[in-house]
Design a protein around this ligand. Structure first.
Ligand SMILES: *Cc1c(COP(=O)(O)O)cnc(C)c1O
Length: 454
């Protein structure tokens, strides 16, 4: 029999619940977000002006599983279950005894894992009578996912797009507009936050978040949505890991190492948390490796502290690894992994040592991505290119050790809208940018006053 390449599930095997890892975390409950004015734990009242109540409920839920509504599963059926592939050609190219599997989320209409959360976020808002969703987008992936989801539920969608991406990625904007969204270049002059940050011409995710939050908070029938970081977003992404568990069973293997890239943490959480729950419950399981860019090294060099989620300080204080909320990553960096903070849950797991973090330089990431593309065909998005680089290093370690380790990678999106970055890499124009120590120190002086985290 020919060797199997793709491990496929039927539509009836789309998960029926999301996995809430918070219910299984050992030790004290993770520190709560704080209201920045009072210093008290942020409650529903802090969030209800801009988020749907159902999503706030999921944000703080301690139920181990949360049911996926049938209407959401119905839309998931457009692309889920996604395939798991064994990268046999890549294994030969790397001359490694490791078995390399990748879960491919680039098959969604928006080309990434993001619709896994955009669809339920739109659904729960629609249920509560919200007419319009407002958000920010960096590289354009979250904006396109939300534009798609709003279209599915006949809602309006307004997107503040980080200036540099708006200029460099006109086709992502056109994609959002094709699905009916309105897209603004951020910083814009439509908001107080945008006007106050006008000198940061190229924009940043933090500034765009401030703009979107301001618009949503000022309108009765509009809400804000976030594409990463928050518990409920990580929760929605766990369809990825649940499917991967079944698909690895079909392959007759269990992963020794799970690798994902981290921008805000959602795709990493999505593939890891169902497996991490198994590990917490059974006492054995894989290692978990989070790959981040060396130019925005939140988990590897940031401080574990309370910080704002946005630049101008409108959000509650989040307990997380942070580079300082007004850190603006270098605009020449090609990846979308440019957020100053990370999901509190991923941060806590790194702090506890349950998840390992590695920083990857962008040329090394692109080198891995091009090698991957030449073996497997798929051209990865720049973000999972960082995960690929980390996985190559694991494959090399397996080769040196002479061990048949099983690697599972989340290939969370394709790079079809990032070909200018590939072009720069292939021309030799991509620079490696490490964050200078002094810049990091300066940026961390802006942390708000809050209880220390240990
Ligand atoms: C948004 C995005 C990321 C970064 O966000 P996470 O929440 O860390 O997953 C990574 N890869 C792709 C393809 C994305 O669209």
């Amino acid at each position: 029999m020919a060797e199997v390449t793709k491990f496929l599930l039927g539509e009836d095997e789309i998960p029926t619940t999301w996995v809430n890892l918070l219910a299984d975390l050992p030790g004290d409950p993770p520190p709560p977000p704080l209201n920045a004015q009072t210093g008290e734990p942020a409650g529903p009242d802090d969030l209800s002006p801009i988020f749907a109540m159902a999503l706030i409920g999921q944000e703080v839920s301690t139920e181990p599983e949360i049911e996926i509504p049938e209407e959401v599963r119905d839309i998931y059926r457009l692309w889920r279950p996604t395939p798991l592939l064994r990268a046999r050609r890549l294994e030969r190219e790397l001359d490694t005894p490791a078995h390399i599997y990748y879960k491919y989320e680039g098959v969604s209409p928006a080309g990434s894992h993001k619709p896994n959360s955009a669809v339920p976020q739109a659904y729960f808002n629609k249920q509560e009578g919200v007419r319009k969703l407002v958000t920010e987008t960096g590289a354009g992936q979250w904006g396109s996912a939300l534009a798609l989801a709003c279209r599915m539920f006949e809602m309006e969608c307004e997107v503040f797009m980080v200036g540099v991406s708006y200029d460099q990625k006109p086709y992502r904007r056109a994609m959002m507009e094709t699905w009916g969204a309105t897209v603004h270049r951020s910083p814009s002059d439509l908001t107080e936050a945008g006007r106050s940050q006008a000198e940061h011409e190229s924009g940043s995710l933090g500034i765009a978040i401030s703009e979107a939050v301001e618009v949503a908070a000022g309108a009765d029938d509009a809400n804000y949505t976030l594409g990463s970081v928050l518990n409920h977003v990580c929760l929605h992404q766990t369809v990825v890991g649940q499917e991967a568990i079944r698909q690895m069973e079909m392959a007759g293997e269990a992963p020794d190492v799970v690798v994902g890239c981290v921008g805000g943490g959602s795709n990493f959480a999505g593939i890891s948390y169902p497996l991490l729950r198994q590990k917490l419950r059974t006492g054995s399981g894989p290692r978990f490796v989070a790959a981040e860019p060396a130019a925005c090294p939140t988990l590897t060099r940031g401080r574990y502290a309370y910080d704002y989620g946005d630049t101008v300080g409108m959000t509650p204080l989040m307990p997380m690894y942070t580079l300082g909320h007004d850190f603006v990553p270098p605009s020449v960096h090609a990846g979308g992994l440019r957020y100053h903070g990370d999901a509190p849950s991923v941060s806590a797991l790194v702090k506890q040592g349950a998840v390992e973090a590695v920083a990857i330089r962008q040329t090394a990431a692109f080198e891995a991505a091009v090698r991957f593309a030449r073996c497997e065909g798929i051209i990865p998005a720049p973000e999972p290119a960082h995960a690929l680089r980390a996985a190559f290093d694991e494959a090399e370690a397996a080769r040196r050790a002479g061990e048949e380790r099983v690697l599972l990678i989340n290939l969370c999106g394709h790079g079809h809208f990032d070909m200018s970055a590939y072009d720069a890499y292939l021309r030799g124009d991509l620079e490696d940018l490490d964050m200078p120590e002094q810049e990091l120190e300066d940026s961390l002086t802006t942390l708000p006053e809050a209880p220390a985290l240990t």
